[in-house]
Write a protein that binds this ligand. Structure first.
Ligand code: CA
Length: 243
């Protein structure tokens, strides 16, 4: 596992890298936001990164901006590391594409658990079972199609009317649950359980935030309907999908 550690405090970064290496990780350290972004530049010679630990308090750029810039270039899982404890900062981080958060000071055990959970979710989204006979078509290449959406579960590419829509891992996970339900209601609890598992931190407001960003990214006319306090459904008529 290759981990990119973005941390300007040399002492903190060295200790963290040491602990991660002890658990078998290959750690690449950068201290500035620009270097973190450059790591994901198109044509970069860097080997693929499995996960990014991103300190939000960086000397050169705002950590949230760095997160957003990485997310524009890559679907790599990002765990934001922050001393900020305000909920609005956590929500801001999630809104722009972080997969999870740890708040300083955190234990190594907590961090490792979050890394494992984030990686597990990103892998399980790839192997989601997709075969009920009367549900969206699922071919041998792990593709889900439910007009106007077309989802490649392997590459995690989502298209609406043939236009690619970049999604975070969580948004992707939520969308897959909704598509699998073929327009039926999926309850909040089902989504939280499937996409966040037992590691959900904070309030279920996190789910609202992700659904809001997902809905915005999917464009108009809106594709996600809300049954207030109960759940969400995809606004499609599966029976007219011709499958
Ligand atoms: Ca810092």
């Amino acid at each position: 596992m290759r981990i990119l550690v973005v941390e300007d405090d040399d002492r903190v970064a060295a200790a963290l890298a040491e602990r991660l290496r002890r658990h078998g990780a290959i750690v690449i350290r950068v201290a500035r936001g620009v270097d973190a972004i450059a790591h994901f530049a198109p044509g970069s010679a860097q080997l693929p990164t499995d996960i990014v630990l991103l300190d939000l308090g960086l000397p050169d750029l705002d950590g949230l901006a760095v997160c957003r810039a990485i997310r524009r270039r890559s679907n790599v899982p990002i765990i934001a590391v922050t001393a900020r404890t305000e909920e609005r900062d956590r929500i801001a981080g999630l809104r722009i594409g972080a997969d999870d958060y740890v708040v300083k000071p955190y234990s190594t055990a907590e961090l490792l658990a979050r890394i494992e959970a984030v990686l597990r979710r990103s892998h399980s989204a790839l192997s989601a079972p997709v075969t009920p006979a009367d549900s969206p078509t699922a071919g041998p290449h792990q593709r889900l199609a439910l007009a106007p959406l077309d989802i490649n579960l392997t590459s995690r590419e989502v298209r609406r009317d043939n236009i690619t829509i970049p999604l975070t891992r969580k948004e992707f996970g939520v969308l897959v649950e909704l598509v699998l339900a073929s327009g039926e209601i999926v309850t909040r609890e089902q989504i939280l359980d499937k996409v966040w598992g037992a590691t959900l931190f904070g309030s279920t407001r996190t789910l609202d935030v992700h659904v809001a960003t997902l809905r915005a990214k999917l464009g108009d006319p809106p594709l996600i309907g809300t049954l207030r306090g109960v759940g969400y459904r995809l606004l499609v008529d599966a029976r007219s999908n011709g499958t």
